[in-house]
Design a protein around this ligand. Structure first.
Ligand code: NAD
Length: 500
């Protein structure tokens, strides 16, 4: 489909796509596909006030009824999956199946949140005092500001929105300035769900603001936005996190990763090679969970590198709209320049580079296409410790598992990790308290491509936030501990006497 066909199928009119100040480019060929209106910074106080008003009404709607809205959102997403997936491909450059996969992830989290809307369980706690009852209850918290990155332009919004809405919180979304069209399209889909849901949904329940970091800063600075869920670079999180904390807000930070795989001597190498290739080059290396460091046992390292270089040479690079393409473009030329610069630095540190060249033939002109790079490193250098948002896989060797875990943990980020081994001692050690220090640790599965059922997020410079499944919903609610005395005495806790 042409750019225009994709935009039209996603419901855009010519008028919406022109006359604004924010240019939108397709990474497929670098062409400008729209110039859209930005939200004036001066509008932010009114937008936040509207969200506060919406909160007053939404928190009173019973949670299972709130879940009904999310159920309808899931239905609308199912209907629009092809169109929104194609728009993700156009605006973020993901290959077709990954664009569709991103929308599927939105549908999955909606299903999860619908069930959750009847399971926002509290606790009954044994009281030490006779005739007393102690409970823990979860209440809506208030507006949730969502700041999202370009590489998951719509799924991250849905992870947050589906949970926030069932938890009783309105949302204000500031998507990446690189991917506003998928955001506008997602809001139209939500608007259809709200229309069907009816008047229980207050005006301003879900709002979108379009523009750069300044709009995000307005959300971050406002005491009336108690939750800030920010996904992006560690650089952004290092600014946003302290600012939210300084005003006693709650940050949920999902920042950069530097994910590793340990390949042990007993590993099933056929499986490992398949997992490595998908995790390292899928989404052109632009996932927060992309495999960036391969820590291979020295006895199999050479064989693994030789199999990988062969596999890399056969990967179809090109137009992400074509069904056969596995590696699409990087988001922009700047990203490609950063990749080449990092490869140059790694070389200067003793790295042996396979691939990593610019690709210009058999790809649409104007896009930032690259061969994925494999870089054999003598040790874990400063360059390896940095996250470069591109398909560079550094290969390191090891002799003992302890050494491999030390290398895996020896970076500032702590998002995702994995080990390939058939040895149960090694697998369990990797998952134990002395193993991986990441939020995600897998055995015989690559580090990328998480399911929504588990809590998603990581430690250290990844920010510590958790989103998506498990009990991540608690991040969107406030906890209240209540003790009720139904006796006729007034005993104090810990046996304290205070008679007068
Ligand atoms: P980015 O940090 O450049 O931008 C992310 C968002 O933050 C954008 O919406 C941007 O406008 C906003 N922003 C930037 N500075 C801000 C500020 N001072 N105040 C408020 N908002 C601000 O990131 P990117 O290039 O869009 O995305 C790539 C990065 O995101 C990578 O580091 C990747 O690992 C990370 N990421 C992490 C996760 C995760 O779940 N851990 C998921 C996706 C992406």
């Amino acid at each position: 489909m042409s750019h225009n066909d994709i935009l039209t199928a996603a419901g855009f009119t010519g008028q919406e796509l022109s006359g604004g100040t924010l240019p939108v480019f397709s990474p497929i060929d670098g062409t400008e596909i729209a110039r859209i209106m930005e939200t004036p910074a001066a509008d932010m106080p009114a937008i936040i006030a509207k969200s506060q008003e919406a909160f007053k009404a939404w928190r009173k709607v019973p949670a299972p009824r709130r879940g009904e809205l999310v159920r309808l959102l899931g239905e609308e997403l199912r209907t629009s999956k092809a169109e929104l997936g194609a728009l993700v491909t156009l605006e973020a450059g993901k290959i077709t199946s990954e664009g569709l996969g991103e929308v599927q992830e939105m549908i999955d989290i909606c299903d999860f949140a619908v069930g959750l809307s009847r399971q926002l369980y509290g606790l009954t706690i044994a009281s030490e005092r006779p005739g007393h009852k102690m409970t823990e209850t979860w209440h809506p918290m208030g507006p949730c500001g969502i700041i999202s990155a370009f590489n998951f332009p719509v799924a991250v919004w849905c992870w947050n929105t589906a949970l926030a809405l069932v938890c009783g919180d309105p949302v204000i979304w500031k998507p990446s300035e690189k991917t506003p069209l998928t955001a506008i399209a997602s809001m139209k889909i939500l608007a259809r769900a709200i229309e069907r849901f009816g008047s229980d949904a207050p005006e301003g329940l879900a709002q979108l603001v379009i523009g750069g970091a300044g709009l995000g800063e307005a959300l971050v600075a406002s005491k009336d936005v108690p939750i800030i869920s920010a996904t992006g670079s560690t650089r952004m999180g290092s600014i946003v996190g302290p600012k939210v904390q300084a005003r006693w807000g709650r940050p949920i930070l999902e920042l950069g990763g530097n994910n590793a795989m340990i390949v042990a001597p007993s590993a099933d190498l056929d499986m490992a090679v398949r997992a490595i290739v998908f995790s390292a080059v899928g989404t052109a290396g632009q996932r927060c969970t992309t495999l960036r460091r391969l820590i291979a046992h020295n006895s199999i390292r050479e064989e693994l590198v030789s199999r990988l270089t062969k596999a890399y040479a056969s990967l179809p690079i090109g137009d992400p709209r074509q069904a056969t393409t596995l590696i699409g473009p990087l988001i922009d030329q700047g990203s490609r320049e950063r990749m080449l610069a990092q490869i140059g630095k790694a070389k200067a540190e003793g790295g042996k580079v396979h691939g990593g060249h610019i690709v210009t033939s058999n790809v649409p002109q104007g896009g930032a296409y690259v061969e994925p790079a494999l870089v054999e490193m003598p040790e874990q250098t400063d360059t390896v410790r940095e996250e470069t948002f591109a398909p560079i896989l550094y290969v390191l060797g090891y002799d003992t598992l302890e050494e491999a875990i030390g290398v895996q943990n020896g970076v500032p980020q702590g998002l995702s990790s994995c080990i390939f081994t058939l040895n149960v001692r090694e697998a369990e050690t990797f998952l134990s308290a002395t193993g991986s220090d990441c939020g995600i640790a897998n055995v015989n599965i690559g580090p990328s491509g998480a399911e929504i059922g588990g809590a998603f997020g990581g430690e250290k410079e990844t920010g510590g936030g958790r989103e998506s499944g498990s009990d991540a919903w608690k991040g969107y609610m406030r906890r209240q501990t209540s003790t009720v005395n139904y006796s006729s005495e007034l005993p104090l806790a810990q046996g304290v006497k205070f008679d007068f």
